[in-house]
Design a protein around this ligand. Sequence first.
Ligand code: GLU
Length: 277
Amino acid sequence: MRANVTPMYRGRLAPSPTGYLHLGHARTFLLAAERAAAAGGELRLRMDDLDRQRSRPEFLVGIVEDLRWLGIEWRGEIVRQSERLSFYHDAFRRLRASGAVYPCVCSRRDLQAAGHAPHAEDEDEPLYPGTCRPGTGCAHMGQEDAAAWRFHVPDGEVVRFHDALAGPQAFVAGQDFGDFVVMRRDGVPSYQLASVVDDGVMGITEVVRGRDLLRSTARQLLLQRALGYDEPVWAHCELVLNERGERLAKRDTARSIRSLREQGLAADEVRQMALVR
Ligand code: GLU
């Protein structure tokens, strides 16, 4: 008989090296470190560097420096998504073999012309109108190489999860989010796919990240189920807002950890600024 042991807590810090860390990242990562320590577990550091245009080595180095300065520790080597493409392609082949994904040749312009704007509250991808869904008569036989691949969501299904920080969550597939891209036409996996595969393969037991990603979590749950990964605990923390009440972006350089440090603030002061609500 298999003993029913709870796996050791393993969390991850998953910055994108497309800019320096700001107070919002600091809040997320400090909370992740706190939760890992409270559970007697560990954190891994994963660089979400699949965006080749925007990822830069100096940001990667800068992020590592800033994390160390903040006193945030992780275990093991830095995991770089750009070096793990074979994992994502394996998972993609499984999705393809099971019929969970389909090729889509719609261009960005097609989608704009159809009037499908991204949700206003975040920079989410537009709700896909289903133009290339199987059975619509839009056959792409032989065009697979020129296509992006979308996950076919179960329209109307309510995707529920409990969030350790944000409470119970429910999103309706086909309304709150539509068929989303898992593989781009240039063969680069989307954030949704890469994140789910890494969390699964790396044995991540808890995902701590910002609330801007709640809707992504609903998508990722569907992907996890399709790929047979265990569901981690979710903990989405409140975003740090600027004085206009907007969430911080990488362009808010005044709030970057780097510039606060250059202004002479001590790590402890920055930790407090990041955690204050
Ligand atoms: N790299 C993502 C970001 O910086 C975070 C992804 C995640 O935590 O799943 O927004």
